[in-house]
Design a protein around this ligand. Structure first.
Ligand SMILES: C[S@@+](CC[C@H](N)C(=O)[O-])C[C@H]1O[C@@H](n2cnc3c(N)ncnc32)[C@H](O)[C@@H]1O
Length: 419
């Protein structure tokens, strides 16, 4: 098979050399983000031809290097719409298995769509390397379309992104216009799109299957590397937090606090969440930690009932809420805190612009828009975390911002200092 990556990198090298030669010959500065090439030069084919050839090769190279997961999980809005149709109408799943290629008419029949609809959708998807046309009018699988056909959770991700997060984000600005400065969880893009006063988490379950699709899609997201409990377990070890009581506030089924209990036999864990979540969680505690893990129904907006614990843990709680509400959650801890108690927040700590890779900046900013669109939540950088704790009570002192290579989430280590 031809070395396509080699061909593309060679094209990029040759064509960008032409671009540079063009600029140098005219005493223009090198390409930079500070000053673009002047408009008249942008009209000159001597510049635009090599520039476009390099861009096209670079885009193909990105798609090749990114593989199926990039085609499926990182796409532009129109790609997403076509992928949504591919998933919703089972075009990839029902692709005739005993055939190498299928006509649009055959695909239309299995998908229950007209030949014209399926052709438009699939040709759109082809631009994102999902399916290919082997010969005119005959469609064949690519790695990405096969990945979609075989991976139910990936299809659930596309469904969730198309129905929940993407529309909600697209309507973030109308929501900002309708409710200026609002931090209310029911005044977000989602509420504009679905014309509801319900918070998205209350609204989705009213429609069969939607909450389940959301949960499945989230499991794709968080099952990837970088979302496990390793960094937290490690941090407890590093900071010698190996005895005493941890309260896992909004801890769901204890997926991070149970591994902490397992790693530290002298620690006791109390997992708090809403009653329905606790009911499921407490039936699934592994035998080896049963005597040290307890579940408890508790609304984190109300006063913390477990007084004097050593560590209060909030993993992926505060980002669901605006500063106004996140402050209330943190404030509800105050009456329970003993001197020196720790609050460990395990969430993204968004790096400042220019810090970290461009790809990581992109994913943090992407998350921020998604969570804001859904419920006016917020991804926070160091300054935001400092401002949040200062707003609640000056006795919360941030001791450490920690970013482990084991996790995409950071740890904000806060100590309660009453004096
Ligand atoms: C994004 S999940 C994080 C779950 C868990 N900490 C983790 O990292 O896997 C948010 C959790 O907050 C819980 N939650 C939402 N509102 C709550 C409330 N008012 N009181 C307690 N828990 C709540 C949800 O049920 C859910 O388990």
């Amino acid at each position: 098979m031809a070395d396509r990556v080699g061909e593309l990198t060679a094209t990029i090298a040759t064509e960008t050399a032409k671009v540079n030669a063009y600029l140098h010959a005219r005493h223009m500065p090198n390409l930079s983000f500070d000053a673009d090439v002047p408009y008249d030069a942008q009209q000159d084919r001597e510049f635009t031809d090599p520039r476009n050839a390099a861009v096209e090769a670079a885009e193909e190279l990105l798609a090749l290097l990114g593989g199926s997961t990039r085609s499926v999980f990182t796409q532009k809005i129109t790609d997403l719409v076509n992928l949504h149709a591919v998933c919703r109408f089972d075009i990839a799943t029902k692709f005739p298995q005993d055939q190498e290629t299928a006509s649009y008419e055959e695909l239309g029949k299995v998908a229950g769509l007209s030949e014209s609809d399926v052709r438009r959708v699939v040709r759109g998807a082809i631009t994102n390397h999902v399916f290919k046309e082997q010969q005119p009018g005959r469609v064949a699988h690519t790695a990405a379309s096969r990945f979609l056909a075989q991976n139910r959770l990936a299809r659930q991700w596309i469904e969730m992104a198309s129905i929940e997060t993407m529309p909600a984000s697209m309507f973030m600005v109308p929501a900002m216009t309708k409710w200026p400065g609002s931090g209310e969880p029911n005044e977000a893009g989602y509420n504009v799109v679905y014309q509801t006063n319900d918070v998205c988490w209350d609204h989705m379950p009213k429609f069969p299957g939607r909450a389940e699709v959301f949960a499945d899609a989230m499991s794709v997201f968080t099952s990837g590397s970088g979302y496990g409990p390793e960094a937290l377990v490690d941090y407890f070890e590093k900071k010698l937090l190996t005895t005493g009581t941890i309260v896992d506030v909004g801890g769901s089924h204890g997926s991070v606090s149970i591994p902490i209990a397992r790693a530290h036999p002298e620690m006791r864990v109390i997992v708090q969440d809403l009653p329905a979540v606790v009911k499921v969680g407490e039936t699934n505690v592994p035998d080896d930690v049963k005597d040290r893990v307890q579940f408890m129904a508790h609304d984190f907006f109300t006063e913390q009932p477990i007084k004097g614990a050593d560590v209060y843990l909030m993993r992926w709680i505060l980002h669901d809420w605006s500063d106004e509400y996140a402050s209330k959650i943190v404030k509800a801890l105050v009456p329970a805190l003993k001197k020196g108690a720790r609050l460990l927040v395990h969430e993204y700590v968004v790096p400042e612009p220019g810090k970290g890779s461009a790809a990581s900046q992109l994913s943090f900013r992407w998350m921020d828009v998604m969570i804001r669109g859904l419920c006016n939540g917020k991804e926070r950088d160091e300054q935001d975390w400092e401002a949040l704790f200062a707003r609640v009570d000056a006795r919360f002192q941030i001791r450490n911002f920690y970013q482990s290579h084991l996790s995409k989430l950071g740890i904000v280590d806060v100590e309660w200092c009453p004096e």
